[in-house]
Design a protein around this ligand. Sequence first.
Ligand SMILES: [Zn+2]
Length: 176
Amino acid sequence: MATPLSHLAVPLALTVALGGDSVPPGLMALALACAVLPDIDALGLWLGIPYEHPFGHRGFTHSLPFAVMLAGAGTLLASRLGFDPLTAFGVLLVSAASHGLIDAMTNGGLGIAFFSPFSNRRSFLPWRVIEVSPLRPSALFSRRGFGVLRSEMRWVWMPSLGVALLVLALRGLISR
Ligand SMILES: [Zn+2]
């Protein structure tokens, strides 16, 4: 996995790109939750669920069908809170789906079961440029952990921020 912190980059970038009117703090909080929730399957490792099991780490909760379900459930909640459902679904779906895509660019562990529960085939993207994060959070406070954070800064935070600022600039130009 990538560190939970770096999975926050995409929803934060979406908030910057679309602006606070489209993504108010309540919707941003839901998007942040959707982006980190897939790693709930890491608890299964402590419960004895094998990594390669359909409900193991990077299994069902990292799939695209799960992202759609999570975004759907989040949209129901967002609608009750008064947010535009179409915007909410788009923001929550991109946030949830980004989790598996980012993990699929890491250079360790098993691949992502993108199409679970229909298939448990594990896949990576062709660009495995992100240093895989250790599963033990304490291991981040080491030379290797520093390398992971530097890699995520380069391959997750900088591109997310770059795209967000580009969209923000384009929106500014269009609205003139
Ligand atoms: Zn993950």
